[in-house]
Ligand binder design. Structure first.
Ligand code: RFL
Ligand code: PHB
Length: 393
């Protein structure tokens, strides 16, 4: 098979890239290791920045998001028995949209397949060859056979555990990492959310997060040791622990019910540099991971794809390669700022061992940022997503 851009990975990054390229007539093929149902069933991100939502509008996949997504003009920071609000609209002039990654992935798959887009499910890329030449080749396994794709460019959108980043020459890539000594135990339940807005809670027993997927479906998380066994957490044990970590006013409003999904995700900060190796480009979780505390992962993946799609379109339609040449630098600027914010929000909201001094410092910092206009502004402008134009273009 031959195509212009071979896209490895049919998660949000790969699907959005294929949609943006196809709309401009750039030919591409998506290889996805898992089945469509598996990809669409992965409960992950829930908060979209306005810039991500705008990109989905450009990509013609915003109809259901506009209808079903919940627009939030603020979010909560709970600590010391109270909950304060960061006013996103007032201090940063923007908002975020609560819309699940599962729904976004469904919308993108629907749009691609309706337009006759090429997504090969249960096709595992095993190697990316000759990407330092003008004739790269992607080797994959599908239905028991080994097949190849000849292409001009390869987009590595295959997540943290994929093959794309591992294919980069060892002497050309640098990796930066921080692993946190805890994970998030998440529960999805068919119950009305306890809070109107997403609320991050600092508690001496550990972090907790109240989120939602709709007005009748809640998503909650609690900080747990990274080696905790999800099987050891009954629904009742989860609800009891969550309740203990929330201010009374929120705990009293909590409605419990059976969990629909329960899983533990490790927390990690990771960046690979650069993002380009000849004809191979890394995008999304393949290139960087943030702890989920700032809700940045999916949004960063979309921001990478925005730049990559523009670069590839300029290359094919205008014969202009400048944006592709700047891809790595443009994306890394935003990536490191999102890494910083996600790391910061993680450090002020999570429990790090028996550090009472550290806990008091966290409370002072949360009191400061929620109580000062300057503090709220810096948190709000990062949370809604740094602008695409101006210094963050
Ligand atoms: P994905 O979603 O991991 O998709 C990669 C795809 O590549 C496939 N793949 C391969 N395909 C072919 N051949 C191979 N060799 C392959 N190897 C892998 C995989 O099957 C998969 O389908 O990466 P992508 O597209 O870069 O998207 C990134 C996002 O999924 C991720 O950043 C977010 O989910 C992170 N995240 C959040 N982000 C937000 O912006 N807002 C949030 O509120 C938010 N909450 C979260 C999160 C992630 C979480 N977890 C579980 C880590 C909450 C949690 C709990
Ligand atoms: C979620 O709803 O899953 C969610 C919300 C905010 C975060 C992370 C996850 O920061």
């Amino acid at each position: 098979m031959r195509t212009q851009v071979a896209i490895i990975g049919g998660g949000p990054a790969g699907l959005l890239l294929s949609q943006l390229l196809s709309l401009q007539g750039v030919d591409c093929v998506v290889l996805e290791r898992r089945s469509r149902a598996y990809v669409e069933g992965r409960i992950r991100a829930g908060v979209l920045e306005q810039g991500t939502a705008d990109l989905l509008t450009q990509a013609n996949v915003d109809e259901r998001m506009k209808r079903e997504g919940l627009v939030h003009d603020g979010f909560g920071l709970a600590f010391d028995g109270r909950s304060e609000r960061i006013h996103l609209k007032k201090f940063a002039g923007g908002s975020v949209i609560v819309y699940g990654q599962t729904e976004l992935t469904k919308d993108l798959n629907d749009a691609r397949l309706a337009a006759g887009g090429k997504i090969i499910f249960e096709a595992e890329c095993v190697s990316i060859d000759d990407f330092d030449t003008a004739a790269p080749e992607v080797v994959y396994k599908h239905e028991g056979e080994t097949r190849t794709i000849q292409c001009d460019f390869v987009a590595g959108c295959d997540g943290y555990h994929g093959v794309a980043r591992k294919s980069a020459p060892q002497n050309a890539i640098r990796e930066f990492e921080r692993i946190y000594p805890f994970g998030w135990l998440g529960v999805l339940s068919e119950t009305p959310p306890a809070t109107e807005e997403v609320t991050y809670a600092n508690h001496s027993r550990g972090f907790a997060l109240c989120s939602m997927r709709s007005l009748t479906r809640s998503r909650y998380y609690i900080q747990v040791p990274s080696d905790d066994d999800v099987g050891a957490w009954s629904d009742d044990a989860f609800w009891d622990e969550l309740r203990r970590r929330l201010p009374n006013a929120i705990a009293e409003r909590m409605v419990t019910g059976p969990s629909i999904e329960k899983s533990i995700a490790p927390l990690r900060s990771f960046v690979a540099e650069p993002l380009r190796f000849g004809a191979l480009f890394l995008a999304g979780d393949a290139a960087h991971i943030v702890p989920p505390t700032g809700a940045k992962g999916l949004n960063l993946a979309a921001a990478d794809v925005r730049v990559l799609a523009r670069g590839l379109i300029a290359h094919y339609l205008e014969g202009e390669s400048d944006l592709l040449d700047r891809y790595s630098d443009v994306c890394l600027d935003r990536i490191w700022k999102a890494e910083r914010f996600s790391w910061w929000l993680t450090t002020v909201t999570h429990r790090f061992g028996e550090d009472e001094f550290g806990h008091r410092i966290q409370l002072a910092e949360l009191d400061y940022v929620t109580g000062s206009d300057a503090g709220q502004t810096t948190v709000a402008e990062n949370y809604i997503g740094l602008p695409f134009e101006g210094p963050f273009a």
